[in-house]
Design a protein around this ligand. Structure first.
Ligand code: NAD
Length: 480
């Protein structure tokens, strides 16, 4: 075992970058700390401009051969990567839980199998990707999906491998080469993915993984002139910096950003379902971009809804994310906990009432919190907290519900609970959101477009939309 390998819950993880098919160490490192107990898991290579340049050079060198590889062969290798993920689900699950504190049971049963699915889905979608040829005054128009070039993919820590592979899989399928930079708070599973891809036969340089801080290696990657696409998932302030870096080269961007999504509960809703949906918003300790953190409840049922919500939320078990019985784990980092607590303190100072929670819960845990008596223009209603903190406001009628729901600079998602299908249709049509869920939450099919309106993002990914982004579409017009 190399001095650069650490053992995480029995799994060996290389702490170096993966560039051009080789492990590369940086002289400097950064500590990777587990949110479960605050202990350092290991020291990870801290890349900067040199490593960014090397990774982009490797991706550029590997691009012509990968772009020329047949669709069938690319799809075959993506399926082999999926098989490799399937074989290592247990290892990926425990490593990611140790790294970011999300529930082991969801990693095992939900997230990691879906990571494998992400590769299979985009491999299969590639094989059926086609535009019909059409004629213009006897000339044939043929549209082709040409690979675009090296892509930089930058991802956050809240669902590291899931979010990374939503990008890596379509980019590789499209014939692009990739430099993946995972978040510095959860760097480990990206390193394992590099191993899995190499074992599956992905040629050297097609997938590169660089580790480090966004302001260092991330900035060097996004301002690199040889990069042909940047896909970023993360916060709005970082997106602004990335857009500024990308502007020098006019590099096309896909941005999946934050949210402050509403969950509308109408008086005609199945109340048990509505309460379940609301409590579900605490999943992943509230660190979910799509979470419906603004509960908007119709006045006549607000009291009963709150009573049942409190009962259900009080039954949630908070604790070690490795325990099967745990519902809510820790928040990612002391800095994030501080941020969450700051939001709640300021809301309470401004007159909000904590129906439940409103305080830390020892270690890196924050008690599931519900705040009422909040003003529509207050910080707690307008800003993304990214912790287990919900607000509850009431509305008198449908118009007011829609007005409150849309009164935000975000537009990622919206959820509504109603027993009236016509109302569902009417309200959905008026909500500004990339995804609207009616009487359900978090159902995502990779065929569907996914992304945010307003400041929740730029562009859509999923199915053909992903290929639109990762390919240079070309129309060839041939005379009769
Ligand atoms: P973040 O913006 O702080 O960091 C995300 C990534 O960007 C990290 O890898 C970081 O190292 C990198 N980065 C930071 N500065 C950079 C720079 N100057 N140049 C290049 N890269 C840089 O976000 P976070 O705290 O890791 O994640 C939480 C945010 O992500 C929340 O706002 C959440 O809503 C959002 N998110 C959105 C989606 C979505 O699909 N819309 C999904 C998950 C999370």
């Amino acid at each position: 075992m190399s001095e650069h390998t650490i053992t995480v819950a029995g799994v060996s993880v290389d702490t170096r970058h993966w560039i051009g098919g080789e492990r590369v160490a940086s002289a400097q490192t950064f500590p990777d700390v587990s949110p479960i107990d605050g202990c350092t898991i290991g020291d990870i290579s801290r890349g900067a401009a040199t490593e960014a340049a090397a990774a982009v050079a490797a991706a550029k060198a590997a691009f012509p051969a990968w772009a020329a590889t047949s669709r069938a062969e690319r799809a075959r290798i993506l399926h082999a990567i999926a098989d490799g993920v399937d074989k290592r689900i247990e290892e990926l699950a425990i490593v990611e839980t140790t790294d970011n504190g999300a529930l082991l049971r969801s990693h095992r049963r939900g997230v990691m199998p879906r990571v494998a699915h992400n590769f299979r889905f985009f491999a299969d979608w590639l094989l059926k990707l086609e535009h019909e040829d059409f004629e213009t005054r006897g000339h044939t128009n043929h549209v082709s999906w040409d690979p675009a070039g090296p892509c930089v993919l930058i991802t956050p820590w809240n669902a590291p491998l899931m979010l990374a592979t939503w990008k890596v899989a379509p980019a590789l399928a499209a014939g692009d080469t990739v430099v993946l930079k995972p978040a510095e708070w959860s760097p480990l599973t990206a390193s394992l993915l590099a191993d899995i891809a190499a074992e599956a036969g992905l040629p050297a340089g097609v997938l590169n993984v660089v580790q480090g801080y966004g302001s260092e290696v991330g900035d060097a990657l996004t301002s690199h002139p040889d990069v042909r696409r940047i896909s970023f998932t993360g916060s709005v302030p970082t997106a602004r910096r990335i857009a500024a870096s990308a502007s020098a080269n006019l590099t096309p961007l896909s941005l999946e950003l934050g949210g402050k999504s509403p969950l509308l509960v109408f008086a005609d809703a199945d109340l048990d379902l509505a309460v379940d949906l609301a409590v579900e918003q605490y999943d992943n300790a509230g660190q979910v971009c799509l979470a419906g953190t603004r509960l908007l409840v119709e006045e006549p049922i607000a009291e009963e809804f709150t009573r049942r919500f409190v009962e259900k939320a009080a039954a949630l078990t908070q604790g070690d994310p490795r325990d099967e019985a745990t519902d809510i784990g820790p928040n990612i980092h002391p800095r994030q906990l501080e941020k969450i607590d700051g939001f709640v303190r300021r809301a309470l100072d401004a007159g909000a009432r904590a129906v439940i929670g409103g305080h830390r819960n020892g270690g890196q845990y924050y008690a599931p919190t519900l705040l009422t008596d909040v003003a529509q223009d207050s910080e707690i209603v307008q800003e993304e907290v990214f912790g287990p903190v919900l607000t509850l406001q009431t509305f008198a009628d449908e118009d007011e519900a829609i007005r409150l729901a849309n009164d935000t600079r975000f537009g990622l998602a919206a959820t509504l609970a109603t027993g009236d299908p016509q109302r569902a249709e009417r309200v959905s049509a008026q909500l500004v959101a990339g995804t609207v869920w009616v009487n359900c939450f978090f159902v995502r099919d990779l065929q569907a477009p996914f992304g945010g309106s307003r400041q929740s993002g730029v562009g859509r990914e999923g199915g053909t939309w992903s290929f639109d982004f990762y390919c240079d579409l070309k129309n060839t017009v041939t005379a009769p």
